[in-house]
Design a protein around this ligand. Structure first.
Ligand SMILES: Cc1cc2nc3c(=O)[nH]c(=O)nc-3n(C[C@H](O)[C@H](O)[C@H](O)COP(=O)(O)O)c2cc1C
Length: 172
């Protein structure tokens, strides 16, 4: 029944270290607080990423555009428990500024988070991350996404079904 919440935006959660990164695709990412700046991400207990975040206590939310769809699919269908999927992907991992988990150079933004809380929610762990730094490129101007020139990824429904944020803006 959670399918009725879709379409949802899609992100890459990077856990681990620069030497051994583990990227994972995630739709279940949500803003939680302005002050302090908090966001939450629900990670299945069986994911390799879950154990890594529990251990390292940090992660990066990387914002992909449609150009990275193939990599997003690899990160969302391969487990780091079985193989080093970062080697199969065509993105570049770069050191983050304040957390051990690396950032992804090709992503529109990389939001660095330190875990401040984790809540067991059924078969997922909901990690609450405090945003400690962010890097971003031309896809953001004055902190706002440039949706006319960049295709921010949307997952339309379960399976390999994606689109991107349209560039029409409506004012209520
Ligand atoms: C588009 C998409 C969105 C996903 N969203 C989530 C999510 O929000 N939370 C989650 O735990 N898994 C999600 N997954 C599944 C994980 O990305 C997938 O199980 C991945 O292989 C886990 O990698 P890991 O074992 O290296 O952590 C998603 C997969 C796809 C393709």
């Amino acid at each position: 029944m959670l399918g009725y919440l879709y379409p949802l935006r899609t992100y890459l959660i990077v856990a681990g270290t620069f030497e051994k990164p583990n990227p994972m695709t995630a739709d279940w990412v949500v803003p939680l607080s302005f002050s302090p700046q908090l966001l939450g991400v629900a990670i299945g207990k069986t994911r390799h990423t879950c154990g890594l975040i529990k251990e390292k206590k940090d992660f990066v939310v990387a914002v992909p555009t449609l150009e990275l769809l193939k990599d997003v699919w690899i990160a969302g269908t391969t487990s780091g428990a079985r193989e080093d999927k970062s080697k199969k992907m065509s993105v570049t991992f770069v050191p983050s500024k304040k957390v051990k988990a690396p950032s992804i150079k090709e992503c529109a933004a990389n939001i660095e988070c330190k875990v401040v809380n984790e809540v067991e929610t059924g078969d997922h762990i909901f990690f609450v991350g405090e945003i400690v730094d962010v890097t971003y490129g031309d896809a953001f101007r004055d902190g706002k996404p440039d949706i006319k020139n960049y295709r921010f990824l949307i997952h339309t429904s379960s399976g390999p079904n994606f689109t991107y944020v349209g560039n029409e803006i409506f004012k209520p």
